[in-house]
Design a protein around this ligand. Structure first.
Ligand code: ZN
Length: 264
């Protein structure tokens, strides 16, 4: 039998944003009213890669875009990637990246994102792992021995202030430095997620199998039976995938009958 296995298009991505700018009377200001805002935050870069292989892609504002605080072009380009994806994956994406892209899409009058199915690695770590910290730095260090590149606020200050003083070359250099950092985050996040796949409690389907017996997470056909899982309504034959180690299951129709009493 011909088996068609199609990995879903899972987009691993990260965005970098520039801070808003405001007038303040005091360093202790805790709330800045709208009237004291000078400039709204805007997106400066994104990087993305498909989970199942391929290079890291990225896009960045240009120095004149920074001067104009204009992120429309790169918000549009990440929006296109997100619309093309079956699933998007980011660290803290549900609370940060997705609403950020939606908000800038709205502000710039661009094509709406539509429904977005997501995997948020921060939520997975928080729910399933009970670690001391769930930020990307600590997960990368703990699991892959990798340190995030150290950034400080001068990175953002350089981008904005050099653009505002029309130092195009200086601004471009600062943008390039930020883009390397952003691309590394996506690469690291993709590697980190792969280490999480066997261990997290629940994951959406990552592979379409077209009716054949393949693992919905990695596409492997090397599956072995691992007992029956019972729910109120159905029985399921459980398997373990010998490649990704997860436990997919399939509903069995031969165990329960319409006349079987249900448990209370
Ligand atoms: Zn598998």
């Amino acid at each position: 039998m011909e088996v068609t296995i199609s990995p879903l298009k899972v987009l691993v991505y990260d965005i970098e944003t520039a801070p808003g700018e405001a007038y303040v009377w005091s360093a202790k200001t805790r709330f800045i009213p709208h009237a004291m805002m000078k400039r709204q935050p805007f997106m400066i870069q994104w990087s993305a890669a498909w989970l199942h292989g391929g290079k890291v892609m990225s896009d960045s504002v240009t120095p004149p875009d920074v001067t104009a605080r204009d992120d429309a072009r790169i918000v549009e380009s990440i929006g296109e990637m997100i619309r093309e994806a079956d699933l998007v994956l980011a660290h803290n994406g549900d609370n940060f990246d997705i609403p950020w892209v939606r908000g800038r899409t709205w502000a710039n009058d661009l094509e709406p994102l539509g429904p977005v199915a997501s995997i948020d690695t921060k939520k997975l770590a928080a729910k399933d792992f009970y670690l001391m910290h769930n930020n990307l730095d600590s997960l990368l260090e703990m699991k892959l021995g990798r340190n995030k590149i150290k950034t400080d606020f001068s990175w953002w200050r350089d981008i904005i202030e050099k653009a505002d003083s029309f130092d195009t070359e200086g601004c471009q250099k600062a943008l390039d430095r930020m883009e390397r950092y952003c691309r590394k985050d996506t690469r690291d996040l993709r590697d980190l997620f792969k280490t999480m796949i066997p261990h997290v409690a629940r994951l959406p389907r990552l592979v379409d199998a077209d009716g054949s017996m393949v693992c919905p997470h990695c596409g492997s056909m090397d599956l072995q039976k691992r007992g029956i899982k019972r729910t109120v309504a159905y029985n399921y034959q459980r398997y373990q995938c010998n490649d990704c180690k997860r436990y997919p299951s399939v509903r069995t129709n031969d165990k329960l009958h319409r006349t079987d009493l249900r448990p209370q």
